[in-house]
Structures are given as C-alpha cells and as structure tokens.
Write a protein that binds this ligand. Sequence first.
Ligand code: IPE
Ligand code: IPE
Ligand code: MG
Length: 234
Amino acid sequence: MNKCRHLAIIMDGNGRWAKAQGKPRTAGHLAGADNVRTIAIAADQAGVEYLTMYAFSTENWKRAADEVNYIMKLPAVFFKKYMQEFIDRGFRMWIIGELDALPAATRDVLMDAMEKSKTNTGLNLIICMNYGSQREILLAAKAYAKDVLEGKADLDITEEQFEDYLMTKGFPPVDLLIRTSGELRISNYLLWQIAYAELEFVPEAWPEFTPEVLNRCLEEYQNRDRRFGGVKNV
Ligand code: IPE
Ligand code: IPE
Ligand code: MG
C-alpha cells in the first residue's frame, strides 16, 4: 500500500461552481478558501505530511481586476478565521511563490502565518500564491548559475542538490496530484516536483470536494502500482 506523504491539489472550479448557483465568481473563491481548512484537516487525519495547494498562479493576473483584488484580500479573511485553530492543530504554514509582487498587506498576512507557525511540527500546509513552476525553475537555474560563477557551487550537481534552489526546498517529492473540476491539465504547477507523482482528476469543483472525495482519491492512490521505471514486484 502506498503512503501519501505529499499531496498536491490544483483547486479549480470555484468560478463555475459559483456561477451554477447564480452567485458571483468571488463567492466561489470564498467557499473555496473555507474548503482549504476542511481538506487540510482531513488530509492531516489521513496521515498526509505535506499538503501543497495552488491558490493563485502567475497566470491568474490576467483576470478582471475585481476578481484579482478579491483573491488578494482572502488570505487576511482566511487566517483571521482559522490561524488559531491551525496553530492548535500543530499545522505549519508555508507560502511559496513570488511574494514581492503581491500587495504589501497580503504579503504581510502570509509572512505572519509562516512566522507564527514556524515551530509547529504537524501537517505542513503549503499555499502557492503567485506561483508558476516554469518561473520557479528559471529562478532556481539563475540562482544556481550565480553560485557557480561565485565559486559557491560545483558545476556537477545532482537532482537532489538542484532541488535546494527550488521554492519547495526541503519538501519530499509529490506523491499524488489531484485536480478538481474536470480539467485535464497541469497549468504550470510543480513541474519538477510531480516527476513521478500519481495523477487524479475529479469532476467535483473545488468547493464541493469533500473529505469523502479526498479519502476516495487516497484509497485509489494506495492501490496504484508505482514502479518508478522499475519492474513490478511479483
Ligand atoms: C480556481 O477556480 C481558483 C483560482 C484559479 C484562483 P477558478 O477561479 O479557476 O474557477 P473556474 O475554473 O473559472 O471555474
Ligand atoms: C490553475 O487554475 C491555478 C489555480 C488553481 C490557482 P486555472 O483555472 O487558473 O487554470 P487554467 O486557466 O484552467 O489552466
Ligand atoms: Mg479555473
């Protein structure tokens, strides 16, 4: 039976979910944020150690200003509601992405969540904000090249050593990637980290992705035959 140490989720379908109920897209984002708490608790209970959530991509700036502004205000609402509970549950918060480009108030709230939970040793809850994986790999390559030029790194490094330049430094590889809302694509998410992940695409929109659906996904994952390029053991 496979253990899922690292679960990554592309939380998609908030807008369509809201529209289907005659609500504005922003209502979907609010329900989606609340569901991050529900699913983090369920994932923790299922034994997941790292939960990486795609909240806002480098491409999402293309959306209407009202929608982007609303999403940028959500971290403050979310952590005001749930930060104390996360601390009590021992969750450690991580935020990855290019935080410099975020509004200062949003960045402050995110940095504060990381700071307040940095001694926690429970579930690592990683929120990707202004994250794009190609950009992440490019920035890693640039930082590595600089280290080589300055004599701080060898030209010959391993994949493991290169991982120290990624935003996910220190996290294990993704075991399972789930995308909600039926879209069958990766959308610039964790391209390096999912090299050998198992993939699951579910029809439910993110706000309707329940702990039951999560547990079903984990059960399916547990029964997958992960060969990593080897030959099945019989
Ligand atoms: C995911 O839901 C949340 C973000 C990408 C910020 P969407 O907002 O993409 O919802 P759909 O895909 O348009 O329904
Ligand atoms: C991916 O969803 C990004 C997040 C969930 C934050 P999108 O809705 O932005 O992706 P596309 O546009 O369908 O590829
Ligand atoms: Mg979408």
